[in-house]
Design a protein. Structure first.
Length: 229
């Protein structure tokens, strides 16, 4: 079953982006979007099966931490990931004390977002795998999963094997010289379509592992070159 996620953010474009991020990850689905604390509470009351709240702390009607206090006082055990630009140590400590499982500082890339939610998913699966009771080892493993960086999560529809082939081409092309390859060149060497190669290359760019630079001096339409960092 998928983890059902409520996105809470008063900036429409930000909320839309975070919801889109969620839909790109296997094991998650968007349960709803709320623009303020009141709407978030109404959404959670209407849908008690929400598993996780992605919570902006600076909402127009209530601070995110206060919203968490209201949820806990009402007996809600929904998990919360704080998503905020607030870096104040006192706020971070208060978040921990309220059981917020991750604290994600804006701005961030999709790769960072995916890593945090992957850690959370490993945490949930480690705990949900038990039959009502857990051993010390299972508790330790679940806490380690949510606290430590998890392996990168591939967006839906991407294959680890194909990604490895694309990476191999770029690394071979660079080979210490800083050289790169176009999407067409990667497609030819990895036996992929140009569209598929570009999709994987852009995924690597977004993850911060590949640099995209314009290639000059070639006839016809200008194209990009991709270089392994």
């Amino acid at each position: 079953m998928s983890v059902r996620v409520l996105v809470v953010d008063d900036e429409p474009l930000t909320a839309e982006a975070h919801a889109a991020y969620v839909t790109r990850l296997d094991g998650f689905e968007v349960a709803g979007v709320a623009a303020d604390g009141r709407s978030a509470l109404e959404a959670l009351r209407a849908d008690p099966d929400v598993d996780l709240v992605l919570l902006d702390l600076t909402l127009p009607d209530v601070h995110g931490l206060e919203l968490c206090r209201v949820l806990r006082a009402a007996g809600s055990t929904v998990d919360v990931v704080a998503i905020t630009a607030v870096r104040d140590v006192a706020v971070v400590r208060a978040a921990v004390s309220l059981g917020i499982v991750q604290y994600l500082i804006k701005p961030f890339t999709f790769a960072t977002f995916a890593e945090r939610l992957s850690s959370y998913l490993a945490f949930r699966r480690a705990l949900d795998g038990g039959a009502g009771q857990v051993t010390q080892g299972e508790v330790d493993a679940s806490l380690a999963a949510v606290r430590a960086p998890a392996p990168p999560v591939l967006a839906k529809g991407l294959s680890g094997e194909t990604l490895a082939a694309v990476v191999r081409v770029l690394r071979d092309r660079g080979d210490g010289t800083g050289g790169g390859a176009s999407a067409g060149e990667v497609a030819a060497e990895a036996a992929l379509s140009r569209v598929t190669a570009r999709r994987y290359l852009e995924h690597l760019v977004e993850a911060g592992q590949v640099e995209r630079v314009p290639r000059y001096g070639t006839p016809g339409r200008p194209e990009n070159e991709y270089r392994w960092r």
